[in-house]
Design a protein around this ligand. Structure first.
Ligand code: HEM
Length: 535
């Protein structure tokens, strides 16, 4: 009997160790392969043994499972804590060396950005945030991670290809293969040349006008109480879905807020919308026009338009709205900065004679290039994206499969990152690193963007500021996003007096409501708003 137990236990200890070796060597393995081994290995090995050695007593599957799982658990924990792990020398809390459960909790409550920043404050610019994962905010490592010689997207994007139930749609943002990503990126680059962006300006200007008109009519009889966060989200969606006129009837903005959780539901709606677009609006010179042109009318057209529609909608809409809301919050929290911006904008509108209402009706009035020259406006947008980056922790990269490993070096620190391990660049912590932005790192000071490199008042290390990421997978829509934000902010500041709607709504709740769900999701921002008197 004792010999039987020893035999079963010994066989399953060896099986568990072999399973750990297999997982370690070939990770990531498919869920099915892992589940099959974990479920079937103990009974098969034990049964086989008892069949081969008839004198070994009765077959005991419960004991087999118990020994197998306990051994596997101990082996995995010991390895993750051991000096033999490739990330062993990187500092970080012990619990994160063992499991990502703590990070998963922070992500679940939407506060991953705060948690990761606290880790960097304590452990330095390179932290081990999981058994096989690092978080990095060392600017010298950014090109090696995100740049042309960097790495493709990491495993967080596995399984994120969209499906409508019958077809699968690969997306640019989720592509983990460098060559495939480069091919998929071509139409996006064509869709954001400076000529193309000038065409989008024609579509954008009437939207900005309509947005302002709607707010003006709300405040026609004095002061309007508005949740500007909701209005700005609707504004960002308005070109595609006509929300400003109809309200959020299709619940797309609401769905969007939860999109990172309920991707499939959102995508089914996105596919439906893209079918409508591809049938109706491809002739217009919008993003989809250029996408269609780039594909040359091939049979992949439809697939690409669908994929692009979904990605552009997800990538474009709540990103710009998030920055605009955070800019409003920051300006209203710093009245002297608000005043400085208002003076600059008023001067600009006067100089360009933009105040003659009728002139603004037509989309032919375009001054995006001139707005790009407004120093303080741009400084406000920069400072907002420094403190509130739209992708706070999610720039995830991993060594290209088949390359073995990636070597990262900063000064005397050398990290060898084998396949199966990954790196996150946490913009929220990077942009709030006092090494790069000093003094008053946590404060909203647009002036730091106006300083020159000789300026002694501010340290502003521009290489450490990458709100649109960098390298081959940087934000494809950057020029459009910047243009949209400049227009929207300049017109809001020019046309309205705004203040927090206190005491009815506590502005502090705005910060509490910000959630890191890959993009920075927002809560409500209640303002009192009145139209500014015009001469
Ligand atoms: C303030 C607004 C925006 C910010 C801060 C922003 C930021 C970002 C960031 C940080 C990434 C890179 C993710 C990574 O490296 O893993 C990204 C990717 C992307 N963004 Fe934006 N974005 C904005 C608006 C837009 C707009 C308006 C569009 C298009 C209409 C857009 C389209 C994309 C696309 C297609 C990608 C994927 C690029 C690739 O994987 O090659 N974004 N964005």
């Amino acid at each position: 009997m004792v010999a039987n137990l020893q035999l079963t236990a010994g066989a399953n200890v060896l099986t568990a160790l072999a399973t750990h070796m297999w997982l370690k060597t070939y990770d990531p393995v498919s869920v099915w392969a892992a589940a099959s081994v974990l479920l079937c290995a103990p009974p098969i090995v034990t049964y086989g043994l008892h069949t081969l050695i008839p004198t070994s007593g009765s077959y005991n599957p419960a004991l087999a499972y118990a020994v197998f799982y306990v051994t596997l658990f101990v082996s995995v924990c010991a390895y993750r804590l051991s000096p033999f792990h490739p990330l062993a020398k990187i500092p970080g809390p012990v619990i994160l060396r063992l499991t990502k459960l703590r990070i998963a909790w922070a992500a679940y409550i939407g506060k991953n950005h705060i948690y990761i920043k606290a880790l960097h404050d304590r452990y330095g610019p390179i932290v081990r945030t999981g058994p096989n994962e690092l978080s990095v905010i060392d600017k010298d490592l950014l090109p090696q991670i995100l740049g042309n010689q960097g790495m493709p997207k990491g495993p967080q994007w596995d399984g994120r290809a969209f499906t409508d139930g019958t077809r699968t749609f690969d997306t640019l943002i989720a592509s983990r293969n460098t060559a495939q990503h480069a091919v998929m990126r071509v139409p996006w680059n064509k869709a954001f040349t400076s000529d193309a962006v000038k065409n989008y300006e024609e579509l954008l200007v009437p939207r900005v006008m309509e947005f302002n008109d709607r707010l003006k009519s709300l405040s026609a009889s004095g002061t309007a109480h508005v949740n500007i966060a909701k209005w700005l989200s609707n504004f960002a969606f308005s070109a595609d879905f006509g929300l400003m006129r109809e309200g959020d009837k299709g619940q797309r903005v609401k769905m969007m807020d939860k999109a990172m959780y309920w991707v499939v539901k959102f995508v089914k709606q996105g596919i439906q919308d893209s079918i409508v677009r591809s049938q109706k609006e491809l002739k217009k010179k919008d993003i989809f026009y250029y996408m269609g042109e780039a594909s040359g009318g091939s049979e992949t057209d439809f697939k690409m338009i669908v994929e692009s529609c979904i990605l552009a909608t997800v990538a474009a809409a709540d990103t710009t709205a998030s920055v605009l809301c955070n800019a409003m919050y920051s300006l209203l929290s710093n009245p002297e900065k608000y005043k400085t911006l208002q003076q600059e904008v008023d001067k600009f509108f006067a100089e360009h004679d933009i105040d003659a209402g009728a002139q603004l009706e037509g989309a032919e009035v375009k001054f995006g290039d001139a707005l790009a020259g407004l120093k303080y406006l741009n400084a406000v947008i920069n400072e907002t994206m420094r403190l509130f980056p739209v992708v706070p922790t999610g720039l995830h990269r991993a060594p290209e499969p088949g390359t073995g490993s990636k070597v990262l070096q900063s000064g005397s620190t050398v990290i060898v990152l084998p396949e199966g391990n990954s790196v996150n660049v946490a913009l929220y912590a990077l942009h709030r690193n006092p090494r790069y932005f000093y003094p008053h790192t946590e404060a909203f000071i647009p002036e730091r963007w106006l300083s020159s490199s000789e300026d002694k008042d501010f340290v502003t290390v521009r290489d450490a500021y990458i709100p649109f990421s960098m390298g081959p997978a940087n934000c494809a829509g950057r020029p459009l996003a910047l243009m949209e934000m400049r227009y929207s902010l300049a017109f809001l500041i020019r046309n309205f007096n705004m203040e927090f709607d206190t005491p009815k709504h506590d502005p502090a709740l705005w910060i509490e409501g910000l959630r890191d769900q890959y993009t920075l999701q927002k809560g409500e921002l209640h303002l009192r708003l009145s139209s500014r008197n015009r001469a």
